[in-house]
Design a protein around this ligand. Structure first.
Ligand SMILES: [Cu+2]
Length: 152
């Protein structure tokens, strides 16, 4: 893991080298919604040219209390950048792995780190292992501010 600080932007690069065993938290074909993401809601962002930014707090099409797109599919080795809008950083919207009340929900080895620094607007997470990796805003998860990164 490396952290490089810049005046207005800090990226978290998280590399997980765990030999993670994936757990079954829903399948590709039908199945229940998980962390607000029904199987049909996942947006494929695995193309090389695709945006892998998940906005929150008003950025990238999100509302103040949502992620957009909240449910995305990427390929192993790709990264996702969580990006807040306006004055909304990780102080107002603390990012955490897992589901509400279940920080270890989803596949083992979730590379998303708990990020609460109010000075941060962006955090980039590398997903090196296939699996289903949920995340929440700790403050607003009960109101549905949650999502899933599905890594194939
Ligand atoms: Cu929030």
């Amino acid at each position: 893991m490396g952290i490089r600080a810049r005046p207005d932007l800090v990226r978290l690069a998280v590399v997980v080298s765990l030999a993670a065993a994936t757990s079954s938290c829903g399948t590709d074909d039908g199945g229940p919604s998980f962390n607000g993401c029904a199987p049909s809601q996942f947006i494929d962002r695995s193309a090389a040219s695709a945006s892998r930014t998940v906005g929150f707090g008003g950025a990238s099409g999100s509302t103040l209390f949502s992620y957009s797109p909240a449910c995305i599919t990427i390929a192993a080795g790709q990264s996702v950048t969580f990006s807040g809008g306006g004055s909304s950083g990780f102080g107002a919207h603390p990012l955490a792995p897992g589901a509400l009340g279940a920080p270890t929900a989803g596949s083992a080895g979730n590379p998303i780190q708990r990020t609460t620094d109010g000075n941060l607007r962006e955090a980039t997470v590398v997903f090196n292992v296939a699996g289903t990796f949920p995340y929440i805003c700790e403050t607003h998860a009960a109101a549905g501010m949650a999502g899933v990164v599905r890594v194939q």
